[in-house]
Design a protein around this ligand. Structure first.
Ligand code: 2AM
Ligand code: CA
Length: 266
């Protein structure tokens, strides 16, 4: 049984409409005009087109909701209760290089909690979605996090550091530390899909520093509804949209936290 509440229907409809445009752009990747926002942080015209469709569709349903989106920034700032958290292309670097590992990510936040989310890879046609209290799905099938018991047997995924990071050494040393204590670590380049893959048991756990809220908002509810745990660590109180995250199955969560950071918020 797929999720079909009014809220989920709005998100899925917006997502599918935007995905049509995005997949056309992916087919014409060589013709895209690429502009550089900052080193290592590329923005494509496809990004903006996809975002525009998402915002238009979501606003048709709820004109007064707040929107937090990568390019457009904050819309309807005064609405702090209901917000769409959008990433039109998560995995931009993959997209630009013709690698089919990227996704549209849409989260719906109510009273500071993500209540539902969709992560859609338009190339593989995999839609991961979840709604608080109603479970997590991949297309029409329920998903669950893996049942791996020991961290030493686990396959993890991570990302970063970004090109302009000030903490590259710290991120590399964490990578070394974790790698010594697990089966293996992957780097796939889309935080949203990394979260979705943890939710569906493909990876046992995920961690990454220096993310933006829109990279992982939808993933939070999808991992939790799939039975996983999500924690944020080393929070930056001055910038609540910046996130360091750990997401995994329940069995290995404490061990993973122990390897990465002792300072975490419940
Ligand atoms: P993006 O593709 O939307 O930029 C890659 O490790 C993951 O980190 C992607 O989900 C990417 O999102 C995210 N990320 C966030 N900020 C980034 C940055 N400045 N440079 C590269 N990746 C970034
Ligand atoms: Ca992103």
């Amino acid at each position: 049984m797929r999720l079909n509440s009014p809220k989920m229907n709005v998100i899925i409809k917006a997502c599918m409409k935007a995905a049509k445009s995005l997949i056309r752009d992916f087919g014409e990747i060589e013709n895209l005009q690429v502009s550089t926002k900052a080193p290592g942080d590329f923005v494509t015209s496809a990004d903006k087109r996809t975002e525009k469709i998402l915002i238009e569709e979501l606003q048709k349903a709820n004109a007064d909701y707040g929107i937090v989106s990568e390019e457009a920034g904050l819309i309807n700032k005064s609405n702090n209760k209901n917000k769409w958290i959008i990433d039109p292309i998560d995995g931009t670097m993959n997209f630009l290089n013709g690698v089919p590992q990227f996704a549209i990510s849409i989260g719906y936040e109510e009273d500071q909690e993500i209540k539902c989310g969709v992560i859609f890879n338009p190339v593989t046609n995999e839609m991961f979605c979840a709604e608080k209290g109603n479970g997590a799905y991949l297309n029409n099938s329920r998903i669950r996090v893996s049942n791996k018991k020991k961290i030493i047997d686990s396959l993890l995924v991570t990302g970063g550091p970004k090109y302009a990071s000030d903490i590259k050494e710290k991120i590399f040393s964490e990578y070394v530390e974790v790698s010594k204590n697990v089966s293996n670590v992957r780097k796939f380049g889309s935080a949203a899909l990394d979260m979705a893959y943890v939710a569906s048991g493909r990876f046992d756990g995920y961690w990454q520093r220096e993310l933006n809220y829109w990279d992982i908002a939808a993933g939070i509810v999808i991992v939790k509804e799939a039975g996983g745990f999500v924690n944020f660590f080393d929070e930056d109180n001055k910038n609540p949209l910046k996130k360091n995250i750990i997401a995994s199955n329940a069995n290995i969560h404490e061990d993973l936290i122990g390897m990465i950071s002792k300072k975490y918020i419940e």
